[in-house]
Design a protein around this ligand. Structure first.
Ligand code: ZN
Length: 556
C-alpha cells in the first residue's frame, strides 16, 4: 500500500503534554525499567520530530501562508521547551550508574552524542534559543520574498540562476546586478539579523561556560572525533591543492574566451558552450530520474517510486516557496521528503541527486536502531548526498542527453572544486566572526573580503561595489541558520571524490559500499564510518591531494 505525505500526521504537542511525557520517562526510570524508558522515549521523540518536520515543511512550502507561518511560530516557540526536556532526560540516562549497561543498550556512539548535547543547553538559555529561531526564520522570509526583475520577467533568487549562467555575457552581468541590488537594498537588515545572531550565540556560549561560540558550535554539530585545529589543517590543504588548480582553470577560461578580465558574473558559466542543462522540465526530469535509479540498482528504483508516488518530492519553484533544497524525515513512518526549487539549470540535477542521496540513506537506515541513529552527523550525511551526485554520472545521458554527458561531468567536477574552496572560505570566515563577536558589520565585511582574496584570488566584482565591499557571505543561508555546517560539504566532498575514483574502476563494488554506508546510518561517528567503509579520512595529510589529482587529470 502506498504511503502518502498527506496522510502523515502527528498530534500537536503542548508544554503540558511535553512535561507529562517527561514525567512518564522519569517514572519508568524510578522503577528501574531502563529498556521500557528508552523505548517509550524513542516513541515520543519520533512523534515530536514528525510534528516539527511537518510544521517546518509547510512553512517552507509557502512562506506567505498565514496558517503555516503561525504553526511554524508555535513550533519555534516549543522547540526550546522540548530541548529542555530532552536534555534533562539525556542527563538522567548519563548519570545512571550503569554506564556499561547504557552503552550496551544504546551504543557507545549514542552515549557520546548525548554527552555533547548536554553541554549545549541549560534552561537559562531557552528564551534565547527561541529568539535565535525567530531570527533565522526572518532570514528565510526575507530571502524568500526577493522579487527580481530581469529579461522582462519577475523571478525569485532561485529563478535568477538561468540568467546568471547564461551564455550571453551581458545577461550574466545583468543577473549579477539584479542579485546584488537585492542584497544591497536589504543589506542593513541582513547585517542586523546576523549581528544579533552572533551576539546571541556568544552570550549563550559564555553562560554555558565556553570562551566563545566556536566550541559550542562544534558541540551543537555533535562533532565527537575532531576539533577546530583539525578543520584548520584541512582548510590549509584546500588552500594548498585546490586553490592553485582552480586559479589555473579560471585563467584557462579567461584566455579561451579572449576576455581581458574574468569577472564574478563569468564564473557561473563553467562550460564555454553553455552549462549542460536538464533535457526537460520537472516532469521529464522526474521520469528520467526513475529510469536512472532503475538502471543503477533495483533497490534505488523501488525507493524512488515510493517517494514519487507518495508525494514526497516537492521540486517545483513557486513564488512564495522558501529558497534552497533539503531533505527531512518523518520518523514515525521512516519516510523522507525532499524539497528543491527547480530552475531549468544543471543545478536541478545536482540538487535532485544530492537530496535523493540523503533520502536514500535515512530510508535505508530507518529500522537500524534508535531515533538518535536515523541520521549520522551532518558531514557524514553529506557523503551520502554528494556521492550519489557522482555515482549517477554513468547514467547522466538520461538527464542531459548522451552528447552532453562528458561536458556535464567536467562541469560538475569543477563545481565541486569550487565548492571545496567556497566552504573553506566560509568556514574560516565563521571562525573569525565568532572569535571576534564584537566586530561591527563593516568590520565583518572587511574580514570576509580579505579571506576571499586569499581563497579566491581570481574573484573580480568589477563595478559592483556592494560585493567588492565584502558582502558575498550574506547570500549563504548556512551562516545564518546553522553555524559551522558549511565545512561539512568540503569534508564530505573528499569522500565523495573517493567513491567517484572507485566507481571508475568498479562501479558495482563502489555502489555496494555506498549502500552499506547508507544502511549504517548514524550508528558510528564520522571517522568510524569512514573506516568501516574503507574511505580515507580527509584529515589525513595527502588524501585530498590524491583525489584532486584525479580530478585534475580528468579536467585536463
Ligand atoms: Zn546535503
Amino acid at each position: 500500500m502506498t504511503l502518502y505525505l498527506n496522510d502523515i500526521t502527528a498530534p500537536e504537542p503542548s508544554p503540558e503534554r511535553l512535561a507529562a511525557d517527561h514525567a512518564a520517562i522519569d517514572a519508568l526510570l524510578d522503577g528501574g525499567e531502563l529498556q521500557s524508558a528508552l523505548a517509550e522515549w524513542d516513541r515520543q521523540r519520533r512523534e515530536y520530530a514528525t510534528w516539527a518536520a511537518l510544521a517546518q515543511l509547510r512553512f517552507q512550502q509557502d512562506t506567505q501562508d498565514e496558517a503555516a507561518k503561525a504553526l511554524r511560530e508555535r513550533a519555534d516557540e516549543l522547540g526550546p521547551v522540548a530541548t529542555g526536556h530532552e536534555i534533562a532526560i539525556k542527563r538522567r540516562f548519563l548519570d545512571s550508574a550503569d554506564r556499561a549497561g547504557l552503552e550496551a543498550a544504546v551504543t557507545r556512539q549514542v552515549v557520546r552524542l548525548w554527552e555533547a548535547d548536554v553541554t549545549t543547553f541549560d534552561p537559562s538559555i531557552a528564551a534565547r534559543l527561541a529568539e535565535e529561531n525567530k531570527l533565522t526564520a526572518a532570514y528565510t522570509e526575507l530571502t524568500a520574498a526577493a522579487r527580481l526583475k530581469i529579461g522582462g520577467q519577475e523571478v525569485n533568487l532561485s529563478g535568477l540562476q538561468p540568467f546568471a549562467e547564461n551564455l550571453d555575457r551581458d545577461t550574466r552581468r545583468e543577473a549579477a546586478q539584479a542579485e546584488w541590488q537585492f542584497f544591497q537594498q536589504n543589506g542593513e537588515e541582513l547585517d542586523g539579523i546576523y549581528d544579533r545572531l552572533v551576539k546571541l550565540r556568544t552570550s549563550m556560549a559564555r553562560d554555558l561556560g565556553y570562551e566563545n561560540f566556536i566550541e559550542l558550535g562544534y558541540k551543537r554539530m555533535r562533532r565527537t572525533d575532531y576539533n577546530s585545529a583539525d578543520v584548520a589543517r584541512y582548510r590549509d590543504e584546500i588552500l594548498g591543492t585546490v586553490v592553485p588548480l582552480l586559479s589555473r582553470l579560471m585563467e584557462r577560461r579567461r584566455r579561451s574566451e579572449g576576455w581581458e578580465t574574468l569577472y564574478a558574473w563569468d564564473e557561473p558559466l563553467i562550460d564555454p558552450k553553455g552549462n549542460p542543462a536538464p533535457l526537460g522540465d520537472h516532469d521529464t526530469l522526474v521520469a528520467a530520474g526513475q529510469e536512472m535509479f532503475d538502471r543503477m540498482d533495483g533497490r534505488l528504483g523501488i525507493f524512488f517510486k515510493l517517494m514519487n508516488e507518495g508525494g514526497f518530492l516537492d521540486l517545483k519553484t513557486r513564488p512564495s516557496k522558501a529558497p534552497g533544497g533539503f531533505c527531512d524525515v518523518f520518523p514515525t513512518v521512516g519516510m523522507p521528503v525532499i524539497f528543491a526549487n527547480f530552475n531549468g539549470t544543471y543545478q536541478d540535477i545536482s540538487v535532485f541527486t544530492h537530496e535523493m542521496g540523503h533520502a536514500l540513506q535515512c530510508y535505508e537506515s530507518r529500522n537500524s536502531g534508535s531515533f538518535d541513529t536515523i541520521w549520522p552527523t551532518t558531514e557524514a550525511c553529506e557523503i551520502h548526498s554528494m556521492s550519489l551526485e557522482m555515482l549517477s554520472y554513468p547514467h547522466m545521458g538520461l538527464l542531459v542527453g548522451d552528447d552532453a554527458v562528458e561536458r556535464f561531468q567536467r562541469m560538475h567536477l569543477e563545481a565541486f572544486l569550487t565548492l571545496l574552496v567556497d566552504c573553506a572560505l566560509g568556514d574560516h570566515f565563521q571562525h573569525e566572526v565568532y572569535a571576534n563577536p564584537d566586530a561591527t558589520p563593516a568590520e565583518r565585511h572587511a574580514m570576509f573580503r580579505k579571506l576571499e582574496r586569499r581563497y579566491m584570488p581570481w574573484r573580480n566584482y568589477g563595478d559592483i561595489a556592494y560585493a567588492e565591499m565584502g558582502a558575498t557571505w550574506q547570500r549563504v543561508l548556512h551562516y545564518f541558520l546553522i553555524p559551522f555546517y558549511y565545512i561539512d560539504y568540503a569534508l564530505a566532498c573528499c569522500c565523495a571524490l573517493q567513491f567517484w575514483v572507485a566507481a571508475r574502476h568498479d562501479p558495482r563494488e563502489a555502489l555496494e559500499r555506498y549502500l552499506a554506508l547508507c544502511a549504517r546510518g548514524g550508528s558510528a561517528s564520522f571517522l568510524e564510518l569512514l573506516k568501516s567503509t574503507a574511505l580515507a579520512s580527509p584529515f589525513e595529510p595527502g588524501v585530498l591531494a590524491g583525489v584532486v589529482k584525479e580530478a585534475e587529470a580528468m579536467l585536463g
